[in-house]
Ligand binder design. Structure first.
Ligand SMILES: Cc1cc2nc3c(=O)[nH]c(=O)nc-3n(C[C@H](O)[C@H](O)[C@H](O)COP(=O)(O)OP(=O)(O)OC[C@H]3O[C@@H](n4cnc5c(N)ncnc54)[C@H](O)[C@@H]3O)c2cc1C
Length: 415
C-alpha cells in the first residue's frame, strides 16, 4: 500500500485525486483462517494488528456484522487517560496511552491524538481524598498525574465556575498527557494496516453460531456461510454476552446504553478535557468547535443504540452548573452505544472454557483509551495461548476467586 505523506498529497492535488487507493480491501471470506476475530471495533482491529506486527500471524479474518468502527468505537467521546487506581489497570491503560503518542506514525494514518490534558474535578471532600490517593498511586506506578488547586483549575480552564452554588471546585486530578484522538481514525488506521498485512476484514457479516468439537472451537457460522478457524477471539463489547451464550458459557457482564451529545460549533473556548463526576457530566471541544458532552448509563439493561431524554436533561443541567456559558448553546446531535459493564468496572481479557477461544470485553464506559494496549495484550494472549503480564490480572477466573480489580471510582461513572 502506498504511504500517506505530504508528497503524496501534493502529487494527488495535481492529478485531481485520482490516484488514491482504497484504504482496505473487501474480500470474500476464505474457508479457513488461523485466527478469526469477531468484531471490527478498535479492540478487534488492534488485536489483529498486533498479531501481525508482534507475532507475524497474518492469516487472520476480522468479522463485523455492521461496518468497521460502527459500534462503540465510533460513538464515544474519545477521552484518553491512564490515571487509574489499581496497578494492573494503570499498567494496561498507560501502555495504551503511550502507544497513542506514536500511533499516527506507527500506522501512517493521522489519528489526531491531542494530549491536551484531562482534569477530573474534585467537588466533595470525599473526591479530594479519592483523587489525592489516586495521584499517590500513580506516582508509584510511574503514571504522571498531580492533584491541582482550584486556582490552577481556573487557570487551565477559564470557563469553569469554580465557586458554584452546590458543589464548588475543591481541586482536580490532572493528567497533562491525557487527551483525545479521532475515534473513527483509530479504527480506520488499524483497518488499513491490517488489510495491508494481508488480513481479511469482512463487513456486513454477522456471526450467528460457534461450531465446536471436543471442547475446542472449530469455526463460526455467519450470514455469509461457515468459516473454519484454529483460534477464535470474541471482541464484541456490548454483545459479548450474546456471543458467549452461542459458545455455551455465561459472562459476568451487563449491557447498557451510554449516551453522548454535541453542540453547535463555536469558537475555541476550552483546550482541556474536563470531567465533573459529582454533578456527572464531562466535556471537551472538538477540532470543529463542537462541545462534545458525555452523560451516564441507563439504569436498566438494554441493547438500544440511542439516547434517552432524562439523561440529556441531567447531563446538560450538570454541565450548565459547571460551565454557565454553555446555557445558550444549541445541541445538534445525540446518540448512544451499548457498553459492557463488569461488577468491578475492569475489563476481561481472558481464556474461556473453550480451549482455543479467547475473549476481550467488559471495557464498559471507558475502553476507547485502552484500544492499543488491549490489542497488544490480547494479541499476546492469542499467539501464546496464555495471557502475558498485561492481560493476566484481567482473567475471568477473578470473578470466581473474588480477586476484583476495583475501579469503580476511576471508571464507574465516567470515562
Ligand atoms: C457514548 C459513549 C461514550 C464513550 N466515551 C468514552 C471515552 O470518552 N473514553 C473511552 O475511553 N471510552 C469511551 N467509551 C467506551 C468505548 O467506546 C468502548 O469501550 C470501546 O469503543 C469498545 O471498543 P470495542 O472494539 O470493544 O467495541 P465496539 O467498537 O462496539 O466493536 C464491537 C463490534 O462487534 C460487532 N459485533 C457484535 N456482535 C457481532 C456478531 N455477532 N458478529 C459480528 N460482529 C459483531 C459490532 O457491530 C461492533 O462493531 C464510550 C462509549 C460510549 C457508547
Amino acid at each position: 500500500m502506498k504511504r500517506y505523506s505530504a508528497f503524496a498529497i501534493a502529487r494527488e492535488a495535481v492529478r485531481y485525486h485520482q490516484g488514491w487507493e482504497r484504504a482496505w480491501a473487501s474480500p470474500v471470506p476464505k474457508k479457513e483462517y488461523d485466527v478469526i476475530i469477531v468484531g471490527a471495533g478498535g479492540h478487534g482491529l488492534a488485536t489483529a494488528f498486533y498479531l501481525g506486527k508482534n507475532f507475524g500471524i497474518t492469516n487472520v479474518a476480522i468479522i463485523e456484522k455492521g461496518w468497521l468502527g460502527g459500534g462503540n468505537t465510533g460513538r464515544n467521546t474519545t477521552i484518553i487517560r491512564s490515571n487509574y487506581l489499581q496497578d494492573p489497570s494503570a499498567a494496561i491503560y498507560e501502555k495504551a496511552r503511550s502507544l497513542y503518542e506514536t500511533m499516527s506514525q506507527d500506522l501512517n494514518y493521522n489519528v489526531m491524538f491531542s494530549p491536551r490534558g484531562v482534569m477530573m474535578l474534585a467537588q466533595t471532600e470525599h473526591e479530594v481524598r479519592g483523587y489525592k490517593r489516586t495521584a499517590h498511586a500513580n506516582a508509584l506506578q510511574g503514571v504522571k498525574t498531580e492533584f491541582i488547586t482550584p486556582g490552577k483549575v481556573k487557570y487551565l480552564c477559564p470557563i469553569i465556575e469554580v465557586n458554584g452554588p452546590r458543589f464548588p471546585v475543591l481541586g482536580a486530578l490532572w493528567q497533562a498527557r491525557g487527551g483525545t484522538a479521532r475515534h473513527d481514525a483509530v479504527a480506520w488506521g488499524y483497518a488499513r494496516a491490517c488489510s495491508d498485512m494481508g488480513m481479511d476484514i469482512i463487513q456486513q457479516c454477522e456471526v450467528t453460531g460457534i461450531t465446536q468439537a471436543k471442547g475446542q472451537v472449530t469455526g463460526v457460522e455467519t450470514s455469509k456461510g461457515a468459516i473454519k478457524c484454529k483460534k477464535l477471539a470474541m471482541v464484541v463489547a456490548g454483545h459479548c454476552g450474546v456471543l458467549a451464550e452461542k459458545a455455551g458459557f455465561r459472562l459476568p457482564v451487563e449491557s447498557v446504553a451510554l449516551q453522548a451529545l454535541v453542540s453547535e460549533p463555536i469558537k475555541p473556548c476550552m483546550d482541556v478535557v474536563v470531567m465533573a463526576n459529582t454533578v456527572h457530566g464531562y466535556m471537551s471541544q472538538s477540532d470543529k468547535g463542537e462541545m462534545v458532552i458525555g452523560g451516564g448509563t441507563d439504569g436498566f439493561n438494554n441493547y438500544t443504540q440511542r439516547g434517552s431524554f432524562h439523561h440529556i436533561e441531567e447531563t446538560v443541567r450538570a454541565l450548565v452548573e459547571t460551565f454557565p456559558m454553555i446555557s445558550r448553546l444549541k445541541m445538534l446531535r445525540q446518540w448512544g452505544g451499548i457498553v459492557d459493564v463488569t461488577g468491578d468496572r475492569s475489563p476481561i481479557l481472558s481464556k474461556t472454557p473453550l480451549g482455543n477461544c479467547f475473549i476481550n470485553c467488559g471495557w464498559g464506559t471507558g475502553g476507547f483509551k485502552a484500544i492499543p494496549g488491549s490489542g497488544w495484550a490480547m494479541a499476546e494472549t492469542i499467539a501464546k495461548g496464555e495471557p502475558g503480564a498485561l492481560a493476566a490480572p484481567f482473567g475471568l477466573d477473578r470473578f470466581k476467586e473474588g480477586r476484583f480489580i476495583d475501579e469503580s471510582v476511576a471508571a464507574g461513572v465516567a470515562h
